[in-house]
Design a binder for this molecule. Structure first.
Ligand SMILES: NC(=O)c1ccc[n+]([C@@H]2O[C@H](COP(=O)([O-])OP(=O)(O)OC[C@H]3O[C@@H](n4cnc5c(N)ncnc54)[C@H](O)[C@@H]3O)[C@@H](O)[C@H]2O)c1
Length: 366
C-alpha cells in the first residue's frame, strides 16, 4: 500500500484519523485501489451524473452497486437522500459495508450524510473529482443536505475512511467549475496564518507568481495547491473537528456567499465564485471598520482580479432578504451575523455584528 500524502489526525479521537492520497496515476488504477480498500465489503458507489458519463465505463463498477445523482446544488435534497438510503437497503448493506462518493462536493456531502445516518453510521470513502472537492469539501467531515429554509441545514460531522484524489479528473472540468474550486484555494491564502499549521507556505505569495500555471492547469501546480489547502484544512480540523471555535475561519466569505447562492436560487453563481464575492464583501467590511488597511485590501482585490473574478452589479440582490439569509446562516444566531474578517496578510478574525452595509466597492489601482 502506498504511503498517504497527508494524514488527517483528529486529536480528540485518534481512531477517526484517515489518509489522503494524491496522485496522477491512470484513472483505471483507482478502481484497483478502491477494490483493495473495500475488500470483503458490499458497497454503494454514488456518482455525480457528469462524472459517471465521462468515467463510469473506465472505472467499471458493477451497475447494481451504482447510484447516479443528477447534477446541481438543488439535488442535494431530502428526496435524493431517501433514494440513496433505499438503494443501500436494496443492496442489503450492513454496518460493516461501505459507501463510496465519486464526484463533486454535492455528491460528497450527500453520500457522507447518507453514510453517517444509515444504520447509525457506516464507512465511506471520498473520491473528489472537482477542484473544489479536492481542495476542500472531501476532507474535514462536514456532510449535509439542503432544506428549503437553508443550505446544509441538515447534516453531521462524519469523517471519511479515506480520500483518493486523482489529478486526471480535473482535466475534464469545465472552466466555470475549475474557477469555482479555485475560489476556495484563494480563501486558504487569506486564512493561512490563522490555521496555525506548523509549516508556512505563503500561499498568497505563491498564487501571485503562478497565474500562468493556473490557466494551463499545470499538474505540479495543482498537486501543490491541493496539498497546501488540505494541509491547512487538516491542521484546523485536527484542532477543532466540530467547529466550536477555530474551524469557523474556514467560513471566510461563506456568510455572504451562501446568502447570495440562496438569494439567486443557486442559478447565478457557483459555490466557489459566491465565496470569492463573500471574501470581497468582508474585505470591504474590514476596510470600512478598520480591521485591515488599504494596502492589504488593494493587494487582495488585485489578486482576485488577477484570477478573473469580477464583482457583478448587485442590482439583483434584495438586501433585506439577503441580510435575513445571513442572519439565519448556521454560524449566526438568527438576530446577529457572524463574519470572518481579514485583518493582516493571511490572517482573519471573527466578529458578530448586528447589521452590515451592502456597499461593496471594487476599487483597485491599476
Ligand atoms: N463539506 C464541506 O466541507 C464543503 C466545503 C465546501 C463546499 N461544500 C459543498 O460542495 C458543493 C459544491 O461542490 P462542487 O463545486 O464540487 O460542485 P458539484 O458537486 O455540483 O459539481 C459541479 C459539476 O461538475 C461536474 N463534475 C464533477 N467532476 C467532474 C469532472 N472531473 N469532470 C467534469 N465534470 C465534473 C459535476 O457532475 C457537476 O455537474 C456545495 O454543495 C457546497 O455546499 C462542502
Amino acid at each position: 500500500m502506498t504511503e498517504p500524502t497527508i494524514t488527517v489526525n483528529i486529536s480528540e479521537q485518534p481512531k477517526k484519523s484517515y489518509p489522503i492520497y494524491i496522485d496522477n496515476d491512470d484513472i483505471k488504477t483507482l478502481r484497483l485501489k478502491l477494490d483493495e480498500e473495500t475488500k470483503n465489503k458490499k458497497r454503494l458507489v454514488i456518482f455525480s451524473q457528469k462524472v459517471y458519463k465521462i468515467y463510469g465505463k473506465s472505472l467499471g463498477f458493477d451497475k447494481s452497486e451504482i447510484f447516479v445523482l443528477k447534477d446541481g446544488e438543488r439535488e442535494k435534497n431530502i428526496k435524493n437522500y431517501e433514494k440513496i438510503i433505499k438503494k443501500a437497503i436494496e443492496l442489503k448493506l450492513s454496518r460493516k459495508d461501505i459507501i463510496i462518493a465519486i464526484g463533486g462536493g454535492v455528491v460528497g456531502d450527500m453520500a457522507g450524510f447518507a453514510a453517517s445516518t444509515y444504520m447509525r453510521g457506516i464507512e465511506f470513502i471520498q473520491v473528489p473529482t472537482t477542484l473544489l472537492a479536492c481542495v476542500d469539501s472531501s476532507v474535514g467531515g462536514k456532510t449535509a443536505i439542503d432544506m428549503p429554509k437553508g443550505k446544509n441545514f441538515v447534516g453531521a460531522f462524519y469523517q471519511p475512511k479515506a480520500v483518493y484524489i486523482n489529478l486526471n479528473f480535473l482535466k475534464t472540468l469545465d472552466e466555470e467549475q475549475y474557477k469555482s474550486g479555485f475560489g476556495e484555494v484563494i480563501k486558504y491564502g487569506f486564512i493561512e496564518k490563522s490555521c496555525y499549521h506548523n509549516e508556512y507556505f505563503d500561499l498568497l505569495g505563491f498564487l501571485k507568481n503562478h497565474r500562468e500555471d493556473y490557466f494551463k492547469r499545470d499538474n505540479d501546480f495543482l498537486a501543490k495547491i491541493i496539498k497546501i489547502c488540505l494541509e491547512l484544512k487538516s491542521a484546523v480540523v485536527s484542532q477543532d473537528e466540530k467547529e466550536k471555535g477555530l474551524r469557523k475561519i474556514l467560513n471566510l466569505g461563506h456568510t455572504f456567499g451562501h446568502a447570495l447562492e440562496e438569494e439567486t436560487k443557486y442559478q447565478r453563481f457557483t459555490h466557489g465564485y459566491a465565496v470569492v464575492l463573500g471574501i470581497m464583501f468582508v474585505f470591504n467590511y474590514g476596510l470600512k471598520h478598520n480591521f485591515c488597511d488599504r494596502k492589504y485590501y488593494e493587494e487582495a482585490f488585485t489578486l482576485i482580479d488577477f484570477y478573473g473574478y469580477n464583482l457583478p452589479k448587485m442590482w439583483f440582490v434584495n438586501k433585506k432578504r439577503t441580510l435575513n439569509y445571513m442572519k439565519t446562516d448556521k454560524k449566526s444566531d438568527g438576530e446577529n451575523i457572524t463574519l470572518i474578517i481579514p485583518t493582516n496578510y493571511g490572517e482573519v478574525t471573527e466578529k458578530t455584528v448586528q447589521d452590515v452595509e451592502f456597499d461593496i466597492q471594487y476599487k483597485i489601482k491599476k
